[in-house]
Design a protein. Sequence first.
Length: 135
Amino acid sequence: MAGTSTPTMHRYEGGWDRFELSTLRRIAAALGADLEVRLVPNPQHPPLVERDPEEILTLAAPLFWDRKLLAADLDTHPGWVLGRVLMFGSRPQVRAVRRYHGDSAILKAISGREIDPRTRNYWELILEERCTPRS
């Protein structure tokens, strides 16, 4: 009824956790049910990514040749920090500030005058691709 093989059904029934969404949809339809997938925070496990200012201070220090980057700068001057890292940073430096500040802060930073047009266009494309649902 689900349009899938017997071995696949046995794996799902046995608790196999490498499922495919399309197969789950077919199983739900065969059972006359709606499929609902939810991600719920587990209080017993800390978040996988925590905001770590020390990581940015260590990685991005070479980009701040004119003034020493301080932990307080990450929150009091995010546009300055993001602008410098987005325009001149390496992949690890960009990943660190992106984890710390998030994409919404990047969107705000790229609208500032500190960002050159090429960097602005690049990040608009990156963030548009990430936020656009694929069909």
